[in-house]
Design a protein around this ligand. Structure first.
Ligand SMILES: C[S@@+](CC[C@H](N)C(=O)[O-])C[C@H]1O[C@@H](n2cnc3c(N)ncnc32)[C@H](O)[C@@H]1O
Length: 350
């Protein structure tokens, strides 16, 4: 798992860093081209076709049902930024970065590449100016519904997003388990837990713990396979519903990973109060979130914050902002434990 600093360096790594500020800025301006190029390679599953070794572009074009010369132009551009390696005779091989686009890799982030270049997602970013000028969520103002309703109505996009979240969780679950001791709990409820990858990892690490996975009904229908693969499905209830109405009771720990950041304060408070109502006095709340850093540091978190502004309609927060939100919803922040890119923010009911 890279450290935060490594991650932030690698966030910038693909941009040209020269002694010429104008050229450096040009690299940043044109960053969108790389995003869309990786998106297309990911949708076409190019990395999967290269897992057994290099292939010529003609062969890849047949396998991906693509136009050979245009595919060549795509792959040579991506080879120039280190995603693939171009060999003699228009052949391409995987690099360590390209390996992370393989759908069968434990380090895969290919589903995320698929999500971010998809028109519905891309268009919301295209309305960043609207959000900055009005404070409104770009996705909602463009589509007349929030991104969760959109995904519920377009299951193909919902499934890709859930896969992307599972990939994210897979990469960080070990860090969360190392950072926080779940062994004192008997029942862990994962609220907004997606397909249950994190809950599965917690249950695997602690065979005496049982779990409840809670998320929207259309999302939890895709969770059973992940929990079965983790060997924990017998110890886990799967419950569909909305965290604006009620969440399952009887938990000793309520985990929410990358949930609160999806919402502005009013909605975040509403979700936290629903959790508080379900929790006994000795239960713990565990938010797994990024923390906004001091000025001029950590672009990944600050761009994630912009992503929250345009897409789900939320925000990344500082430690103080979390502490305030928790106090206003009936909790006291008790600890913040760094866990890879995220932090485990522990709170207890007041
Ligand atoms: C950013 S994802 C995080 C998923 C998972 N916790 C993870 O870290 O991989 C936010 C989750 O909140 C869920 N969600 C959104 N609105 C919800 C609602 N009203 N009730 C329950 N879950 C909801 C989404 O379905 C999604 O799985």
């Amino acid at each position: 798992m890279p450290s935060l600093q490594q991650f932030d360096v690698s966030f910038m790594e693909d941009r040209q860093v020269t002694s010429n500020p104008r050229l450096d800025l040009l690299g940043l301006i044109n960053g969108f081209q790389i995003t869309q190029a990786i998106h297309v390679a990911s949708v076409l599953r190019v990395a999967d076709h290269l897992k057994d070794g290099a292939r010529r572009v003609d062969e890849l074009a047949v396998l991906t049902k693509s136009h050979a010369d245009s595919l060549y132009r795509l792959l040579r551009a991506l080879a120039a930024v280190g995603v693939f390696h171009e060999d003699e005779g228009r052949a391409f091989a995987l690099t360590p970065k390209g390996e992370c686009l393989r759908t069968d890799s434990a380090a895969s982030i290919g589903a995320w590449a698929e999500v971010v270049g998809t028109p519905y997602y891309w268009q919301a970013w295209g309305h960043l100016l609207h959000s900055v000028q009005t404070g409104e969520n770009a996705f909602r103002s463009l589509n007349g519904q929030d991104v969760w309703q959109f995904r519920a109505e377009h299951p193909e996009h919902g499934a890709t997003f859930d896969r992307a979240m599972t990939e994210h969780s897979r990469a960080s679950a070990e860090a969360v388990i190392r950072a926080y001791d779940f062994s004192s709990f008997g029942h862990v409820v994962d609220v907004g837990g997606g397909q249950g990858l994190l809950l599965s990892a917690i249950l695997r690490a602690h065979p005496h713990v049982r779990g409840t996975l809670f998320d929207q009904a259309n999302v939890v229908t895709r969770a059973r396979a992940v929990l079965t693969e983790g060997g924990v499905v017998e110890r886990c209830d799967i419950v569909g519903g909305s965290f604006f109405e009620a969440v399952p009771g009887d938990g000793d720990a309520y985990v929410m990973r990358m949930v609160v950041h999806d919402w502005e304060d009013d909605e975040a408070l509403a979700i936290l109060k629903v959790c508080r109502r379900a929790m006994g006095q000795t239960a713990k709340l565990l938010l797994i979130e990024r923390l906004v850093a001091p000025p001029n540091e950590m672009p990944a978190t600050k761009f994630s914050d912009l992503n929250m502004l345009v897409s789900p309609g939320g925000r990344e927060r500082t430690r103080e902002e979390f502490s305030d939100l928790l106090a206003r919803s009936g909790f006291a922040l008790t600890a913040v434990l760094p866990a890879g890119l995220h932090n485990v923010i522990e709170a207890r009911p007041l």
